[in-house]
Design a protein around this ligand. Structure first.
Ligand code: UDX
Length: 453
């Protein structure tokens, strides 16, 4: 029988943007001596293109083992809670029978019933917020009634954050009423039972969100444990750690890396909008011609479901300058010396990855938390430029061109590059042995082991 001092069960919401940070966190826990089992849904497991050998993966059911296409969000979430609670309980009991008892469930804040399962089995529970402290502080303010909706003021002041316009707020808050099921999830469900969790983790690092972290730590015992970046990109402690391991899309690794290896240092614009965003067709066209006329090299991730939005003659016409792929190993790409800047939708993972690897950003937020992330990237971390939309919500090709040249050629680009280096160093410091995130993880494991099974 395997022996270990602690066994954590990790429960991510089954989408790429939540699996990635929780998988990276799993690797760090395992590196510190904990056994880790990651539980994902039968459907997601079946559709994964790559499965890591590094972490043990088990499956539960969300009630939709053949997929939940066309199912309304609230129906899906209710079914997941019902079937997920039962199948997770069964899994934990099975692991116990196999001589591998679980000590703590670390559940995604999007799956708050993870706490009930833990408590019903007499286990410890830790909630993991995959998004920034800033965004969750905004949701917390709405939850507590400290920020009233619909918004009455033109500027919102949240402790630890700069004054925010409505357009800087997460879309579920600024477009109050448009996404009732997700609003209920992010504002109410993920906040209502956190007081009962034994630990509260944020996927960020202390210096990045110092003030907002301090404010939240006054009301809740929050701990920042990020950046969730595989250590091979920050230090060499985890030799043999592969990049992600749990990929919903198949990365075109060899094609991308061979192409990047042929490009000069800091010459390539990397463009990607994460795993979910459906970019407006007009926006795709503007982006395509903005890239083309910039005259820089570019590597553009266009997921299969998005390719029909590319202008007809674009692929061929750009073949000398650009490479379009359906998915890439983003961390390897961001860490490559040929990358000069990143045009991003500012999903929290992409933002944190770019910050931690020191890559300047052109921010083109689409929805959810991305507008807030973009605001902080530009005004607080000074790591990039937000591309301004026109009255129809489209960023035009000339604006994209200007942002690229400001970053790649202008004085502003040089200042941003200096900041990029600063954030990269601070991320490494937090992550390294004795750094703030590293200490928080060690402290968590020590306390769990101390309090016994
Ligand atoms: C979603 C939300 O949109 C985001 O705002 C929220 O914070 C998390 O959930 P997503 O849109 O997929 O995530 O964006 P992001 O958070 O950036 O996550 C995408 C992940 O996929 C990143 O870890 C990135 O490294 C990875 N990726 C992206 C690849 O590995 N290859 C690619 O080609 C593109």
């Amino acid at each position: 029988m395997e022996t270990f001092e602690a066994h954590c069960l990790i429960l991510p919401y089954p989408v790429q943007g939540h699996i990635n940070p929780m998988l990276q966190f799993s690797k760090r826990l395992q590196h510190q001596g904990s056994k880790v089992t990651l539980a994902t849904t039968n459907y997601l497991f079946k559709t994964l293109q790559e499965v890591s050998g590094f972490i043990s993966v088990e499956t539960i059911s969300d009630g939709y083992d053949e997929g939940a296409n066309e199912i309304a969000e609230e129906t899906y979430l209710a079914m997941f809670q019902k079937v997920g609670s039962k199948t997770l309980t069964k899994l934990i009991l099975k692991l116990k029978d196999l001589g591998c008892p679980v000590d703590c469930i670390i559940y995604d804040a999007f799956l708050p019933w993870g706490l009930d399962v833990a408590k019903s089995l007499g286990l410890r529970a830790a909630v993991f917020f995959t998004q920034s402290c800033a965004v969750n502080n905004i949701y917390y303010h709405v939850y507590k009634g400290l920020l009233k909706l619909p918004l009455e003021e033109t500027k919102v002041q949240i402790p630890g954050l700069p004054p925010l316009l409505s357009s800087d707020l997460p879309s579920f808050v600024s477009s109050y009423g448009s996404y009732p099921a997700i609003f209920q999830l992010v504002v109410n469900d993920q906040m209502k039972n956190i007081g009962a969790a034994d630990w509260i983790f944020f996927n960020t690092f202390y210096m990045l969100e110092e003030q907002v972290n301090d404010w939240m730590a006054n009301v809740l015992p929050v701990k920042s444990i990020g950046p969730a970046i595989p250590s091979m990109y920050l230090d060499k402690r985890l030799e043999g750690d592969n990049q992600y391991g749990l990929n919903v899309f198949k990365p075109m690794t060899d094609t991308c890396m061979a192409w990047l290896n042929e490009r000069p240092k800091s010459s390539v614009i990397y463009v990607a909008f994460g795993s979910l965003a459906a970019v407006d067709a007009k926006q795709m066209e503007e982006l395509a011609w903005g890239l083309r006329t910039s005259n820089h090299h570019f590597l553009w991730v266009v997921r299969e479901s998005e390719t029909n939005k590319l202008p007809e003659d674009f692929t061929e016409e750009t073949s000398d300058k650009g490479l379009i792929v359906s998915w890439c190993p983003q961390l390897e790409v961001l860490a490559h010396k040929s990358i000069g800047c990143f045009i991003t939708h500012c999903g929290w993972n992409s933002t944190l990855e770019a910050l931690s690897l020191g890559v300047p950003m052109v921010a083109m937020p689409q929805w959810t938390d991305q507008s807030t992330n973009a605001k902080l990237v530009m005004d607080i971390w000074k790591m990039g430029i937000k591309a301004q939309q026109d009255a129809n919500g489209i960023v035009r090709r000339d604006v994209i061109g200007q942002c690229i040249s400001e970053l790649m050629e202008g004085a502003k680009g040089q200042e941003i590059s200096r900041n990029a280096k600063k954030w990269k160093d601070l991320a490494r410091e937090a992550f390294d042995e004795g750094g703030s995130s590293d200490e928080n993880i060690k402290d968590f494991l020590a306390k769990m082991i101390e309090s016994g099974r």
